[in-house]
Ligand binder design. Structure first.
Ligand SMILES: *[C@@H]1O[C@H](CO)[C@@H](O)[C@H](O)[C@H]1NC(C)=O
Ligand SMILES: *[C@@H]1O[C@H](CO)[C@@H](O)[C@H](O)[C@H]1NC(C)=O
Ligand SMILES: *[C@@H]1O[C@H](CO)[C@@H](O)[C@H](O)[C@H]1NC(C)=O
Ligand SMILES: *[C@@H]1O[C@H](CO)[C@@H](O)[C@H](O)[C@H]1NC(C)=O
Ligand SMILES: *[C@@H]1O[C@H](CO)[C@@H](O)[C@H](O)[C@H]1NC(C)=O
Ligand SMILES: *[C@@H]1O[C@H](CO)[C@@H](O)[C@H](O)[C@H]1NC(C)=O
Ligand SMILES: *[C@@H]1O[C@H](CO)[C@@H](O)[C@H](O)[C@H]1NC(C)=O
Length: 266
């Protein structure tokens, strides 16, 4: 690679961090509406693109993994209030699930919640409005599918049946009294003004999970598994030090860059 290319990439990378877009995109990036082999450590991955914009929105994700054959569901959520949104082009929220370890038909039903400044509120009124949007992605597990490979699956920039949520976050913010908003203490008592419709579109297939990101997710999943066991399982001690959750953050700039390049090249 020429130095100039490197410099350009670096500049582009910094550019995405500094000149972030005004749209926060939240997508389920894996699984997609496809067929996969069953797996007992099946990743379910959400991505916050331009995640800095989430800083003042107090976002939350709750979701259920529906078994469409027997109509049962397993409920999960992500605690996002302590996420450091700074300098992360893409923030991944993920869990590894053993739910999809048999053949079946499934639905990931997820709800994004967020709060924004109520621009119309009189000073004594509700200063914050809470909004939620629910999306669903269906997929199938089959023993005849090739071995589960989230990296290969998300390398394809075309997919259908993958609706996301896009929020147009303006740079206007409002400071609100601590008593008025439960989300205040997670947002420095600041709400952001969200632009009225039209709602921008999303592009879930643009976010890829690469090998390094997946490895980092596995490592940090492993670390939290070990941390959550008071009697540390024997297999933990030697692997623990390999956990590097921050690697995901560092990488996301590159991911964003790859995405941007892909966008220009297609
Ligand atoms: C958040 O992350 C940024 C960049 O990595 C760092 O400079 C900052 O200190 C972090 N903030 C907190 C509260 O940890
Ligand atoms: C909630 O968000 C949706 C999607 O962005 C938007 O269409 C709707 O107007 C919002 N509702 C409120 C009360 O802001
Ligand atoms: C489960 O998926 C992972 C990839 O995420 C793969 O490395 C592993 O081999 C799979 N397990 C089985 C039993 O296929
Ligand atoms: C990517 O996905 C689309 C839609 O699902 C499919 O038509 C296409 O063949 C896939 N491309 C590759 C390279 O797998
Ligand atoms: C999901 O994929 C199937 C098979 O490719 C397709 O028929 C269906 O329309 C897709 N679902 C959505 C909501 O796009
Ligand atoms: C918190 O908000 C105050 C003003 O409301 C601002 O001066 C301060 O820099 C903010 N702190 C952070 C960490 O954003
Ligand atoms: C976001 O809202 C601003 C202000 O209303 C508008 O100028 C901008 O075009 C919107 N961006 C998108 C991508 O819709």
């Amino acid at each position: 690679m020429h130095i100039s290319t490197t410099a350009w990439m670096l500049a582009a990378c910094l550019g995405t961090l500094i000149n972030a877009s005004d749209v926060l995109e939240v997508n389920l990036v894996f699984p997609r509406n496809e067929t996969y082999a069953p797996n007992d450590t099946f990743p379910v991955v959400f991505a916050f693109k331009n995640s800095e914009l989430a800083r003042h929105l107090n976002p939350s994700i709750s979701y259920s993994l529906w078994n469409e054959l027997d109509d049962s569901a397993y409920i999960l959520w992500h605690e996002l209030r302590w996420v450091n949104w700074t300098d992360q082009e893409t923030y991944f929220a993920y869990k590894f699930s053993d739910t999809f370890n048999t053949e079946g038909r499934w639905k990931v039903l997820w709800t994004l919640g967020w709060d924004s400044c109520n621009v119309e509120s009189p000073s004594y009124g509700n200063e914050v409005i809470s909004n939620t949007t629910t999306r669903a992605t269906r997929f199938t597990t089959s023993n005849s599918a090739p071995k589960l490979d989230p990296v290969a699956a998300t390398a394809n920039k075309t997919c259908t049946g993958q609706p996301g949520v896009a929020i147009n976050v303006t740079d206007k913010t409002k400071s609100i009294g601590s008593a008025l908003w439960e989300g205040g203490k997670y947002t420095n008592h600041t709400c952001a003004v969200v632009a009225a419709s039209p709602t921008p579109s999303t592009n879930p297939c643009r976010t890829q999970i690469d090998e390094t990101t997946l490895a980092s997710m596995k490592a940090s999943d492993w670390a939290s598994y070990c941390d959550s066991n008071f009697n540390e399982p024997a297999e933990c001690s030697d692997k623990k030090s390999s956990a590097q959750p921050l690697a995901v953050a560092g990488l996301s700039c590159l991911l964003g860059l790859t995405g941007a390049l892909g966008f220009f090249l297609v």
